[in-house]
Ligand binder design. Structure first.
Ligand code: FAD
Length: 337
């Protein structure tokens, strides 16, 4: 018989788990969009999230802007990027190169996705990776070749999960089997597709746990403030937005009123997910911080207190660097004291 575990005897050793906070951003499509995005980045940086995810076009068309944004997040901010990557639109060789490049630049989190299939019905090129599961295995292979470089921590691989049936899937049971297969292939966590009804996330959690899925399943929460966006996202993801909310947003007579209604509905949705056991909240920002931060303000998430903020450390080191530069300039002019 093995000796009793010290941890079992002290069940309160680890205390209440803090709730993870993350945001989704997408690479900008124009210089004006980049300006808005960088205002958003600076605003969300003040909330000290655990990571920010950067989307990737399924056709691979925005690869350069995605990689550029990730590199800038790594070098110019205190944020930790989670790079989305898709099978669709890239050969396995290209994907291996992109993964290697991301790891070499310091990325330690990748969201492995299949990507949406082209709308024209064209099929992926022969030899392409077929499912997200194949991409997870490729990431793990590339990671293994760099294991000596990664002594300070392995790569966290995330995957998509679906509170409502994936549009191509035969059933929600099949979706959970796929999630379990992704876990077996090496996924560390999952982020959900948008959902609009409180019970959809808790049902997914129950079904997934019963099937043996043990990885964290983080609810993806979008601010429910824009009627247009709700309709579009609903169509894209094959999810029906709540008709009552749609009616209330449509009847609202000002943007401020729509914002109030939408933020309140989002907070209810996120709180229901937290009550069901959500280990974190992933906020879809659409590159705008206002509504996402309104939601965050009203959530009161139990977050770790980080005494020496990395942001302050970075801004202090930037301050010191500019003081040093100014000193060198004065010295070169013979004006230093
Ligand atoms: P998979 O898990 O591979 O599933 C795809 C389909 O194949 C499903 O119907 C599944 O049931 C089926 N399937 C999977 N494995 C098997 C198997 N072994 N046998 C039989 N059937 C199987 N798209 C982008 O293009 N860029 C992004 O940045 C992006 N970010 C996203 C972020 C999140 C959090 C989420 C939830 C989705 C995101 N998407 C993104 C959308 C995603 O690419 C689509 O939903 C896509 O249609 C499926 O991707 P997946 O990774 O779930 O694929």
């Amino acid at each position: 018989m093995s000796p009793p575990s010290l941890i079992d005897a002290h069940s309160d050793l680890s205390g209440a788990a803090p709730v993870a906070l993350s945001y989704e951003l997408f690479p900008p499509r124009s210089p004006e969009a980049a300006e808005t995005l960088w205002t958003t980045i600076r605003e969300i940086e003040t909330t000290d999230p655990d990571y920010v995810s950067v989307t990737y076009g399924a056709s691979g068309s925005n690869r350069d802007t995605a990689v550029d944004l990730i590199n800038r997040l790594l070098t110019e901010t205190t944020l930790r990027p989670l790079a989305h990557l898709t099978c669709v639109g890239n050969t396995p060789q290209e994907l291996a190169e992109i993964i290697g490049g991301l790891l070499d630049h310091g990325v330690r989190g990748i969201l492995a996705l299949r990507g949406d299939l082209p709308k024209d019905g064209s099929q992926p090129a022969p030899g392409s990776l077929r499912y997200a599961q194949d991409l997870i295995e490729l990431i793990r292979r590339v990671e293994q070749r760099r294991s000596a470089l990664l002594c300070a921590g392995k790569v966290a691989v995330g995957v998509a999960a679906y509170p409502t049936r994936h549009p191509e899937s035969p059933s929600i049971e099949h979706d959970v089997e796929v999630l379990l297969a992704k876990q077996r292939s090496g996924a560390d966590f999952a982020i959900t597709q948008v959902f609009f009804h409180t019970e959809e996330y808790s049902d997914l959690l129950t079904r997934a746990r019963r099937a043996g899925v043990t990885i964290p399943i983080i609810p993806g929460v979008m601010p429910l403030t824009s009627l247009r966006r709700l309709k579009r996202l609903g169509e894209l993801a094959g999810v029906d937005p709540a008709p009552q909310l749609m009616d209330r947003l449509a009847a609202a007579d000002s943007d401020a009123e729509r914002r109030r209604i939408g933020v309140a509905a989002t907070v209810d949705l996120a709180n229901a997910a937290l009550d069901a056991g959500a280990p974190g909240i992933h906020l879809y920002t659409f590159n705008e911080h206002g509504h996402a931060l309104d939601v965050l303000d009203r959530l009161a998430l139990p977050r770790p207190v980080r005494p020496a903020s990395r942001r302050l450390t970075l801004s202090r080191s930037q301050e010191l660097a500019s003081e040093e530069l100014a000193g060198q300039e004065l010295a070169s002019q013979g004006l230093a004291s």
